[in-house]
Design a protein around this ligand. Structure first.
Ligand SMILES: Cc1ncc(COP(=O)(O)O)c(C=O)c1O
Length: 387
């Protein structure tokens, strides 16, 4: 029996003409944009109310962390992940990408190395060079059922110039949630080679099976391990509650000296977080959980639709994501040389695997109304199976 669509996620505003990066890429063309990782859904009413209240205040001067911001995040981390964080360790930052860029400058010198697993969210690959540091790519291992860490490849890649490990956890684009055994092995590796672990946990509130007996998110810095005691964690409400345009994220920074030098490490280029971003983040962390739970129900259905479609298109395969609203699709057995071009010709605009260090893959964003996803999957079939 077909399920009744949740009205929160069935009826979306038209984003065309609003400067939406996602929709403007294919403006004027019949191409459904399923690339950049924001959702087409309206943010929760609790967040919209907090924004209205902040607007009604009417003064938008220079703003640092409002008193409720760090406690709201700390309470959220404790409730969701059982992780007790001292609010004094929380530093606001205008984006997780900004936070990554700052850590490159804080923990590595020019020409030193930042290790990361590939495929990965493109800024992990491009930011080191922008900071004059080197990116060392360590491929994840892959089977039809899973992606996992190849610790031999990791040992082979590290050198005395390696200073940082950038962990994407849960992992974009594969949707992998790293489990405790692997996190502890990674922590041992970091200590052995003197690396600071920077863990990007922006996706950690979108674990699709957590409330259904599946894998839970374990914050890297919550491990009982010396590597955890120095690790930096980056989080944001932006993926979970669709707030990316408001530019508000947070770093959890254990060392007071690093906290003091955090924004200054940007050399004057890092702005303060804006007051609306703070208001939205605090409301999302405090009041956003029932909306989040309903979202996950929809995302689980969407993951199922993608898996059904992929299974019937010859040559495609996709390890089901344990987290995120992304589907990372392997097109290498289709015989199609340029999967991105084939999709666009069929009216579908995914993210191109080449940008993630993985030619032959595409990434599809499923966070749109179900009927739009169904149409996207029809176009996916046209791209690879001719309709
Ligand atoms: C792993 C990861 N980190 C960071 C970001 C972007 O974070 P921000 O918009 O806060 O810079 C994304 C967006 O998709 C992401 O997937």
């Amino acid at each position: 029996m077909p399920t009744v669509p949740d009205p929160l996620f069935a009826d979306c505003p038209d984003r065309r003409g609003t400067g939406a990066e996602k929709w403007d890429r294919y403006v004027g063309r019949d191409v459904l944009p399923v690339w950049v990782a924001d959702m087409d859904f309206r943010a929760p009413i609790e967040v919209l109310t907090a924004l209205h209240d902040r607007v009604d205040h009417g003064v938008f001067g220079y703003t640092h962390e409002p008193p409720g911001f760090a406690p709201a995040l700390a309470a959220h981390l404790e409730r969701r992940h059982g992780w007790l964080v001292d609010p004094a360790r929380i530093v606001a930052t205008p984006g997780v990408v900004t936070g990554l860029a700052l850590t490159a400058r804080l923990f590595a010198a020019a020409d030193e190395e930042i290790l990361t697993f590939t495929p990965v969210y493109p800024p992990f690959l491009t930011l080191p060079a922008l900071a004059g540091r080197r990116c060392v790519r360590v491929p994840l291992a892959q089977s039809p059922e899973a992606w996992w860490i190849d610790f031999d490849a990791l040992e082979a890649a590290v050198s005395p110039r390696s200073k940082i490990f950038w962990l994407c956890h849960p992992h974009n684009p594969t949707g992998t949630v790293f489990e405790q055994t692997d996190l502890l092995k990674l922590a041992d590796f970091a200590v052995r080679h003197g690396l600071t672990v920077v863990s990007d946990e922006i996706w950690s509130d979108l674990l699709l099976d957590e409330d259904h007996g599946g894998t839970r998110h374990i914050p890297f810095a919550s491990l009982d391990h010396p590597a955890a005691a120095t690790a930096i964690t980056l989080v944001a409400p932006s993926k979970t509650w669709n707030l990316a345009g408001l530019g508000c994220a947070a770093a959890i920074v254990p060392e007071p000296d690093i906290r003091r030098g955090w924004r200054a490490a940007g050399g004057g280029l890092v702005p303060m977080v804006n007051p609306l971003g703070y208001a939205a983040a605090e409301a999302a962390w405090t009041h956003g959980d029932s909306w989040r739970t309903r979202l996950i129900t929809v995302l689980r259905q969407h993951r199922g639709l993608v898996q059904e479609a992929v299974a019937t298109i010859p040559g495609l395969s996709c390890v089901p994501a344990a987290a995120t609203f992304l589907a990372w699709i392997d097109c290498r057995s289709t015989g199609v040389k340029d999967p991105q071009a084939a999709c666009e010709a069929a009216g579908l605009g995914p993210s191109d695997g080449r940008e993630f260090g993985a030619p032959g893959f595409i990434r599809i964003n499923t966070a749109c109304p179900t009927d739009r996803l169904a149409e996207s999957l029809r176009r996916l079939r046209t791209a690879f199976a001719g309709g």
